[in-house]
Design a protein around this ligand. Structure first.
Ligand code: BG6
Length: 500
């Protein structure tokens, strides 16, 4: 993970995207692959095959990829390398259940290897609804596609959600492992592809000054916020089954928590060394008893606003008697020598005032408050904030004397901003992750034990909500969540950081 990636170029391979007619392919995957191509990081022989049920021709598929991709790509798609790139994209029509579709796929892959020199290297991408994962994996296995001819490699990327609960995640892992070895499996969490998330490890482990402070002795608590200003945007049907806990917490936010709290990996930053440490953190998180859920979590649901934005209950696909949360605040405790007694507060929500994701480490106050009386009392705890998006950067808050005779104190901020420091824009998360998969680096992908441990923490919380009939507090769309969430953190004398 910490190695220089500019030197890496993907092996020539064929990328088969299952569910290629969906949004993800047009908005994220194809633009990401094209941007890699433009930057010379995608081998020129790499070929893309869309596999889906709709009756589309190659030409129709390509036109749609251009039209939709143009709206979402970092670089314009009409640049010099587009015609050549899109010339290597084609489409296979089949249902995911039909075994003949996989026989045709196997033949097509052999032909591509012979014509394009892709050397038997294959990357399967499951971009379908999760209900189809099992059929696709089994059929790939049955068609002999789990291993490549000619000493090539075969890998499979599985999109989120990986399971709906612990049981289904265990089942899916079993299905996957009946066909693929774990080293071939890349469970994607796009948060791990974000530049700032990767920089968290660099900040912690490539600097000498932070690590000595990174523990219960100096840290009061940690806040992890993923705020979104959008609502469920037409995904009400899916979201009803997921809620904030499955959509954001089980995956993205638990990843942020484990990267913040993990120990330095031993023996270098190999994929398994990093993932071992992440799993250890999750194992150290104190499991929540279902009867305690109301003490450690607050759920909310947006009502109408801002402007004419509808209430969650009026979104398409949402049940009138819905019990799904669109906002969630939680507290986790990590039972380790480093973290005992340091709460990790997580909050995420839709229709909050801004889109802003951030990890903030709040340090303990100075042991002796020399300046607590009179005008010198406006000191605030030191905070280190890692801004994941937007305006990626890192900020350190400390107290400073206001110039003049009054001797007043005010918190000030030292800011590092990615764009100012490095210029230009960072690659999209999917660019990084697709390149990693093509070069065989699993560091930024979730291992089977990680996904299972994460679900084992989340399951009792969901159960507890059901059994206790835990309340859902309404909050006005465009506000910072329900009052109950401010009371929740406030009861410990702390408050949510203001994000803008
Ligand atoms: C997805 C969730 O995984 O992440 C969405 O399903 C959410 O509901 C999205 O909007 C947020 O991703 P990002 O990169 O925009 O923060």
């Amino acid at each position: 993970m910490l190695r220089n990636t500019t030197a890496r170029i993907s092996d020539p391979c064929t990328i088969v995207i299952f569910g290629a007619t969906g949004d993800l392919t047009r908005r994220k995957l194809v633009p990401a692959l094209y941007n890699l191509r433009r930057e010379g990081l995608l081998d020129t022989n790499t070929t893309i095959l869309g596999f889906a049920r709709r009756e589309w021709s190659d030409d129709y598929f390509r036109t749609l990829l251009f039209d939709e991709g143009s709206k979402h790509s970092r670089a314009r798609l009409d640049g010099g390398s587009w015609p050549e790139f899109i010339g290597r994209v084609s489409y296979i029509r089949s249902t995911f259940e039909d075994t003949e579709g996989y026989t045709a796929l196997a033949e097509r892959l052999d032909a591509i290897d012979a014509e394009q020199g892709t050397s038997g290297n294959r990357l399967f991408y499951l971009a379908t609804p999760p209900e189809s994962y099992e059929d696709i994996i089994k059929n790939l296995g049955a068609a002999g596609l789990a291993n490549s001819p000619n000493n090539g490699w075969t890998r499979i990327i599985v999109e989120k959600p990986f399971g709906h609960d612990l049981e289904s995640a265990l089942h899916l892992n079993k299905v996957v492992h009946e066909v693929f070895e774990e080293r071939q499996v890349y469970r994607i969490d796009h948060y791990l592809g974000k530049e700032t998330v990767q920089n968290l490890l660099v900040l912690r482990f490539a600097n000498g000054i932070f690590e000595p402070l990174w523990n219960r002795r100096y840290i009061d608590h940690v806040q992890i916020t993923v705020a979104e200003s959008i609502g469920v945007e037409g995904r009400g049907g899916y979201y009803e089954q997921a809620g904030a806990i499955r959509d954001m917490v089980q995956n993205h936010m638990m990843q942020l928590l484990s990267l913040t709290a993990m120990e330095p990996p031993v023996g270098g930053a190999s994929a398994d060394a990093v993932r071992d440490e992440k799993v250890k953190v999750l194992r150290a998180v104190r499991p929540v008893a279902p009867t305690d859920v109301n003490k450690i979590s607050v759920r909310g649901r947006y009502s109408a606003g801002p402007g004419s934005a509808p209430a969650y209950l009026d979104e398409t696909g949402v049940q009138p008697n819905s019990s799904t949360e669109t906002y969630l605040a939680m507290r986790f405790e990590i039972e380790s020598w480093r973290w005992a007694g340091v709460p990790f507060y997580l909050r995420t929500g839709k229709r909050l005032p801004v889109r802003a994701s951030e990890i903030t480490v709040v340090f303990k106050s100075a042991p002796l408050l020399l300046f607590q009386d009179g005008p010198m009392s406006r000191s605030a705890p030191n905070e280190l904030s890692i801004r994941i998006q937007p305006n990626e950067g890192i900020a350190l808050r400390f107290n400073s004397k206001v110039p003049g005779q009054a001797g007043d104190i005010r918190p000030v901020t030292m800011n590092f901003n990615y764009v100012d420091a490095f210029g230009g824009e960072s690659p999209e998360a999917y660019e990084r992750l697709l390149l990693d998969a093509m070069t065989g680096d699993t560091t930024l992908f979730t291992r089977s034990d990680e996904v299972e441990t994460s679900w084992s923490l989340i399951n009792p919380i969901i159960e507890g909500w059901k059994t206790l009939g835990s309340p859902i507090h309404e909050y006005v769309g465009g506000s910072w969540g329900p009052d109950a969430s401010h009371e929740f953190i406030g009861s410990s004398g702390r408050s949510w950081r203001r994000l803008s």
